[in-house]
Design a protein around this ligand. Structure first.
Ligand code: GAR
Length: 207
């Protein structure tokens, strides 16, 4: 990814409470971070993440799957709307939808997602619950470049947290999210400032 534009423009897609979004917004307040959130998009309304964006004065948009006659049409509309904000990097931060072919046709290689498990273990919507059920002793979060699979793309960074004996899904997910936010902020910043390459699934910082 080229870093010629400074700051790099981020479009962030969300579905929930938006604590990862908030961490990015806070980091972007420092010009030295090298990135700015230019828009926040969601697949649903009435979520805290959209309130966080609005409180920060960031433009928002909502595209619900149900508003469209097909999933492909939804994907096309999301891609069109994201494109209008001319992002350098698209960040899926708790976005609970898979983007489709049209979106990836335009943003593959510059869309990242954060997943609350250590890939390739426990892909999908229930990473913390699946890790707990399996009985692993450590889990964490993975930042990856989105491809056509479910949480399968080239890995940018991972962070590890312990699983405690008395954890339930919420306590484990909260511990993951603390580490996840730090990982997201650190690595999106590096992507913006240093650029990155992907060769044989290996993501490396630098031009
Ligand atoms: C994060 O833990 C993120 O990894 C997860 O949702 C949470 C969103 O938290 N995403 C997924 O599970 C995607 N499959 P947030 O809304 O507070 O940022």
């Amino acid at each position: 990814m080229s870093t010629s534009r400074n700051p790099q423009r981020l479009v962030v897609l969300v579905s929930g409470s938006g604590t990862n979004l908030q961490a990015l917004i806070d980091a972007c307040a420092d010009p030295a971070y090298g990135a700015v959130v230019v828009a926040v998009g969601a697949d649903r309304d009435d979520i805290l993440a959209l309130e966080r964006a609005e409180a920060a004065g960031i433009p928002t948009f909502v595209k619900k799957v149900g508003q469209f006659t097909s999933r492909d049409n939804w994907d096309h509309a999301v891609a069109d709307t994201v494109a209008a904000f001319e992002p350098d990097l698209v960040v899926l931060a708790g976005f609970m939808k898979l983007v489709g072919e049209d979106f990836l046709g335009r943003f593959a290689g510059r869309t990242v997602n954060t997943h609350p498990a250590l890939s390739p273990s426990f892909p999908g919507m229930h990473g913390p619950a699946d890790a707990l059920t399996y009985g692993v002793k450590v889990t964490g979060a993975t930042l990856f470049v989105v491809d056509g699979g479910v949480d399968t793309g080239p890995i940018v960074a991972q962070t590890v947290v312990p699983v405690e004996d008395d954890d339930d899904i919420d306590s484990l997910h909260e511990r993951i999210k603390v580490a996840e936010r730090a990982m997201l902020v650190e690595n999106v910043g590096r992507m913006a400032r240093e650029g990155f390459t992907i060769t044989d699934r290996k993501v490396r910082f630098g031009a």
